[in-house]
Ligand binder design. Structure first.
Ligand code: COA
Length: 185
């Protein structure tokens, strides 16, 4: 399996390595970045485990999980993390997740990142459907997904358990045949 390496105008996506643990911890361990995610801020050790699992998953055949470092094209610095998980029973469909370091929020990078993930999923992996679930309160994720062309398709009630309570999710999706108009190249 060829390692993933994709570059857009401002951002790139590449396989995570053990050298990325601190950069990923700056997202997964940050209280603001995890506020709307269904888990508490991760410890560095937990992030080490996530990276180890990602490396295992990268070697699986067929490969279902992609955990990718989000890099700034100009500097190569890792500023976030993205996941794409192909459904075992529906291999035409994958769920995406993403997080950026808070000091990079609010400049359109989240929207660019979603566009890049859609390009990766539709063009490179030949998927048909790509979806993401967000907290109803996560306005930044809502707007980024909408602007990138991911249609809001409905609400899953009590989808996740977060901080001791049930939480609904709002699902967005993009379909391969609708995506052409939103491509970023
Ligand atoms: C979600 C996330 C990736 C968005 O990244 P970002 O780079 O800040 O997003 P963008 O700059 O592309 O902004 C997207 C839109 O949201 C708006 N926005 C950004 N932050 C906002 C906020 N806190 N409240 C309301 N709107 C906000 C922007 O104005 C923009 O709208 P516009 O295109 O109409 O101007 C980022 O906030 C993040 O990493 N959050 C933590 C992890 C997370 O929640 N991941 C998503 C899980 S589904």
């Amino acid at each position: 399996m060829r390692p993933v390496e994709i570059s857009g105008k401002r951002l790139g996506l590449r396989e995570v390595t053990t050298a990325d643990v601190d950069a990923l911890h700056a997202v997964y361990g940050d209280p603001a970045a995890t506020e709307h995610l269904p888990f508490d801020p991760r410890t560095r050790e937990e992030v080490e485990e996530i990276v180890a699992e990602a490396l295992d998953a990268a070697g699986a055949a067929p490969r279902r999980l992609y955990v990718l470092a989000v890099t700034e094209t100009e500097s190569g610095e890792v500023i976030g993390v993205a996941r794409l998980h192909i459904e075992a029973d529906h291999p035409h469909s994958a769920e995406i997740g993403l997080g950026l370091r808070p000091d990079h929020w609010g400049r359109g990078i989240g929207t660019d990142l979603i566009r890049l993930l859609l390009t990766f999923g539709f063009r490179h992996l030949r998927l048909h459907r790509i979806w993401g679930a967000r907290s109803p309160a996560n306005t930044a994720a809502q707007l980024a997904m909408l602007v990138a062309g991911m249609v809001e398709e409905g609400r899953i009630r009590h989808h996740v358990r977060a901080r001791g309570a049930w939480r609904d999710s709002v699902v967005h999706s993009a379909l391969e045949d609708e995506w052409e108009g939103h491509r970023d190249d």
